[in-house]
Design a protein around this ligand. Sequence first.
Ligand code: ZN
Length: 295
Amino acid sequence: MVCPFCKSQENSAKHGTYIRHSDGKKCQRYRCKACQKTFSETHFGIDYRLRKRYLNQNVFRSLCSGVSQRRLAIILGVQRAVIARRLVRFGMCAQHNLEVYRRGRSKVSRLTFDELETFEHTKCKPITAAIAVEDKTRKVLAISVGKIPAKGPLAKLARKKYGPRPCERHKCLKALFADLADCIGPSGLVKTDQSKAYPPFIRSYLPDWIHEATPGRRGCVVGQGELKEGAWDPLFSLNHTYAMFRDGLKRLARRSWCTTKKIENLTLALYMYAWFHNLYLDSKRRSHLKLVWMH
Ligand SMILES: [Zn+2]
């Protein structure tokens, strides 16, 4: 076991067992020979120190199925903090899993990415979430979140009320490509819309890739804005995934009462949904939809 305190490898010895109070499970303790601290096998699970562990998978699936945190607390008859705590824990686990997935999978040769817009607290404080999706399979590969200033009619009011807001769009795209470096092949096809911000990034991070820019189309009047009118959408993998994010995460739904309060928690929620989405695409049976820490 790797020591969680000093990270020393293979240097711990068994150090007795104990019965976990909350569910009666027998747990193995270890002692690290390097730092003398003890820890148990449960340290590495997603339910470490969460006593209502029977709720975990249900909370994970519900939060990724368009249920708000408050409503889920009512349904399960628990405090709101029970849900909020799990959102943070699951988001961190999903972020880690996505990293492991990127390193372990075969190289991607068909990529598509775009930015999903949402906001923190008020529409005067917009947020951009760059999400890269593998074309055809619709697997989410990487996510990066950043603040952007309000534009259009709200820009003036936003500056007056909340002061200047930084534009982290470039930083955000840079972070996206840094994450993608683990899983992209030497050449391939990358599809985006015709945003002027993308070609410089693609030239520097994907020099041998072919870039196909598709003109944006008008969204349909009903349903998800991302699913465009008309027969054939070249960015279907991307738009369909974005529509699923908006449907799965309550805070991204259009005309919702639920909003993001902290940008960090939005990031974690996006990771959580992304991992759920990838699990869902992989699972032949629904019982496989389980969040576990990957090694
Ligand atoms: Zn140690």
